[in-house]
Design a protein around this ligand. Structure first.
Ligand code: B12
Length: 212
């Protein structure tokens, strides 16, 4: 098993070479999906550390950008082991980062895991207006809508999006799951989503239970 503490620290300290070396070594051990998800969680904790150092003024926006690139690379290394791969088609998820928010690493992790679990994921991308969700839901009639956001202001954007689905008469046709650092039970209720999570693997479990 990988040294989770060392991975968290190396991500937090933006030690790119060290992170990639540890992750490549880990992938070479042919780990289980559960072990891989623990490594994803360690990377997520490392990113939280980056956030704290940014808040305390030790890191700057350039460091956030570098952290984003580092984690995207890390995810590429982990992709082959974060989902076992399923040939069965479970259902369709329309996924996007809500308007005003440019963060997409967590969304991309959820996307990879959902695809590996057998979902077709239609990824709208970042900073997506309400209408983009509404139009795509009308077009592809998914079972699930996934919204991602890590800024506090993303919570209101998620509410706008659910309201938009309601106004278009589509809300009752889909389950809505929200993910990202600031989501909570209270936020979920305020937004009018069906489920929330700060853990992509848990999100995949919820979606799987909805379609089975
Ligand atoms: C990397 C980073 C960036 C990168 C993003 C690169 C990218 N491609 O995403 C860049 C440089 C672009 C960036 C920009 C900014 N950032 Co920034 N950023 C971060 C940082 C360090 C990490 C985010 C991250 O990737 N985390 C790791 C992922 C894996 O975690 P996650 O998103 O929570 O995802 C997991 C789960 O939540 C879940 N999940 C996520 N989405 C979904 C969706 C569904 C449907 C499901 C089921 C699950 C799910 O699955 C994932 C895996 O388990 C955070 C710190 C933090 N604590 O999050 C700050 C942070 C989010 N940023 C912050 C800020 C302030 C900014 C800027 C305003 C900085 C600036 N002055 O310009 C801008 C805002 C730009 C914008 N409009 O969005 C603040 C937000 C404060 C707030 N309360 O709103 C934070 C918290 C840092 C801090 N502590 O101050 N940032």
């Amino acid at each position: 098993m990988a040294d989770l503490k060392a991975i968290k620290t190396a991500v937090g300290e933006l030690e790119e070479e060290q992170v990639l070396e540890m992750l490549n070594d880990f992938v070479a051990t042919n780990p289980s999906e559960a072990e891989a998800q623990e490594v994803v969680a360690a990377c997520q904790q490392g990113m939280a550390q980056v956030g704290e150092l940014f808040e305390s003024g030790e890191y700057f926006v350039g460091d956030l950008i570098f952290a984003g690139e580092l984690l995207t690379e890390a995810l590429d290394v982990l992709k082959p082991v974060i989902g076992a791969g399923s040939s069965e088609q479970k259902g369709t998820i329309v996924l996007g980062t809500v308007h005003g928010d440019l963060h997409d690493i967590g969304k991309n992790i959820f996307k990879s895991m959902s695809e590996a679990a057998g979902f077709e994921v239609i990824d709208l991308g970042i900073d997506q207006p309400v209408q983009a969700f509404v139009d795509k839901v009308k077009e592809v009639k998914p079972q699930i809508v996934g919204m991602s956001g890590v800024l506090t202001l993303a919570l209101e954007a998620m509410k706008d999006t659910v309201d938009g689905l309601k106004e278009a008469g589509l809300r009752d046709d889909v389950k809505v799951i929200i993910g990202g650092n600031p989501v909570t039970k209270e936020a979920c209720e305020h937004i009018g989503a069906d489920a929330f999570t700060t853990n992509a693997a848990e999100g995949v479990k919820t979606c799987t239970a909805w379609v089975e």
